[in-house]
Ligand binder design. Structure first.
Ligand SMILES: *Cc1c(COP(=O)(O)O)cnc(C)c1O
Length: 464
């Protein structure tokens, strides 16, 4: 057989469907009514009014037949459940780390780690950019969370391969300038808060070396470790002949510990863990967790949850899956660009970000162009995304009546794992093409009611 066909251009889902969940199909009039009822805040919509729910990739994955089967094996013993030992082994095999502590989600792993580690005044935790719950858990102890992103991170037009990297010189100088005050360095892979941009192996290795010299623990926030390892394999010199599992293992070998929201790359609907090499630190965490999470062999999870995660952690390093995952996010990004709607590039691992500021120059930042796009995508197409601009990240002070905009006005369209098909994506792109010529007539919004903190979840809007 010497016949060689060219590689197919069509991206196929490397799975077939065994269980289905109907999509909510609504008319534009019905969506418009639902939006008005929710005071134009997409967080206020019941899920059965949403056709394509791209609000988040967290906890929204479709589980596999193997995961569902494993759930039936769930051992719900209070202490020492078989499910715990299977979970422990899966995390140890993946990370090579010693003490494996299950938690009910990522933020509880953060809470426990910070509580155990940040026990002196005037401490700092440095990172490539802390995720918002990480920052909240650091700062609730009185310590300070410092972001040290590399220079390429905030250049919207830079096509750099690793815009998620930490700034190594700033890391070094911050540590030298604050002797004995840096309690921890966290590397978040991929870098969620800057668009799911990846971190290179080289950057992780060098950051670890700096921490080692100064005897500072180096932890990996590994919510999307598999997507990050795939980017390393595809983009970093000398990595293309290694497997994603090998790369991930090397990444974890630089960590003194890791923390994970298993609602992302472990295909879990709930769950997380903390993995620690240091015996004394692990002991302290296990002592603390009994108060809030539960006994150390279940940590707020059911045995069946740990079973599903143990299987998910093995499935996620499958390169057919990762290739489909990264290519389909890229395909969505390209498609949106082809409608004349600018996006943040290069496209990251788990979401496409529409540049709403550039799309709607007629709407000033404090009339929330991101909100205008997000509302239009819902009203006309049935897509629920999330504004990541001045509503979510702008500074406001209700007492003084002041407000200043965020650096960028974006709308995030996050892709749940294994949930939507290529024809769903084609449909969304086609409809965005129909919507695009009308975007220039969109009007902004004003906020009519808002809480003091985290307003994007509950604030109410009125169309201007
Ligand atoms: C989601 C996430 C968290 C928090 O995890 P939860 O499971 O939502 O509590 C922490 N870090 C990163 C990078 C995340 O993406």
């Amino acid at each position: 057989m010497s016949l060689q066909l060219p590689a197919a251009k069509t991206i196929i889902e490397p799975f077939r469907i065994k269980v289905i969940e109907p999509l909510a199909m609504l008319s534009a009039t019905e969506r418009s009514a639902a939006l008005t009822k929710a005071h134009h805040n997409l967080f206020g919509l019941p899920a059965d009014k949403v056709t394509f729910d791209l609000l988040t990739d967290s906890g929204t994955s479709a589980m596999s037949a193997e995961q569902w089967s494993a759930m039936m094996r769930g051992d719900e013993s209070y202490a020492g459940a078989r499910s715990y030992y299977r979970f422990e082994k899966a995390v140890q095999d993946l990370t090579g780390l010693t003490h494996i502590i299950p938690t009910h989600q990522g933020r509880s792993a953060e809470y426990l780690l910070m509580k155990a580690l940040l026990n002196k005044p005037n401490m700092y935790v440095l990172g490539n950019t802390h995720f918002d719950t990480t920052r909240a858990n650091i700062e609730s102890t009185g310590a300070k969370a410092i972001d040290l992103p590399c220079e390429e991170t905030h250049k919207p037009n830079s096509m750099d391969n690793f815009k998620g990297n930490i700034h190594l010189e700033q890391l070094k100088s911050f540590i030298t300038d604050h002797p004995n005050q840096v309690a921890l360095v966290i590397m978040t892979i991929t870098n969620n808060s800057v668009g799911g941009q990846p971190v290179s192996l080289q950057n992780i290795k060098e950051a670890k070396a700096i921490c080692k010299t100064h005897q500072i623990p180096f932890f990996i926030d590994c919510a999307r470790f598999a997507e990050n390892a795939y980017f390393i394999q595809q983009r970093e010199a000398g990595q293309k002949n290694r497997t994603v599992a090998q790369i991930a293992k090397e990444v974890f070998s630089y960590g003194d510990g890791a923390l994970m929201s298993a609602k992302k790359d472990a295909f879990g609907n709930i769950g997380g863990f903390l993995a620690i090499n240091d015996n004394a630190l692990a002991e302290e965490v296990r002592r603390l967790m009994v108060i809030t999470e539960g006994f150390p062999t279940y940590g707020g999870l059911a045995g069946r949850d740990m079973e599903a995660l143990a299987v998910g952690l093995q499935e996620v390093v499958d390169e057919n899956y990762l290739s489909y995952r990264i290519k389909s996010v890229e395909y969505f990004g390209k498609g949106i660009e082809s409608c004349g709607i600018p996006t943040v590039k290069p496209w990251g691992g788990h979401a496409v970000y529409i540049n709403a500021g550039a799309t709607l120059p007629q709407i000033p930042s404090l009339h929330y162009p991101g909100q205008a796009i997000a509302a239009a995508l819902y009203e006309h197409i049935g897509i629920r995304g999330v504004e990541v601009g001045s509503v979510m990240l702008g500074h406001y002070n209700l007492d003084e009546g002041t407000e200043s905009p965020a650096p960028q006005e974006l709308v995030r369209l996050a892709m749940p794992r294994r949930a939507y098909t290529q024809s769903h994506v084609d449909y969304m792109i086609e409809m965005m093409g129909h919507l695009a010529p009308h975007l220039s007539s969109l009007k902004g919004y004003k906020i009519t009611k808002q809480p003091k903190y985290l307003r994007h979840f509950t604030c109410q809007f009125e169309k201007l």
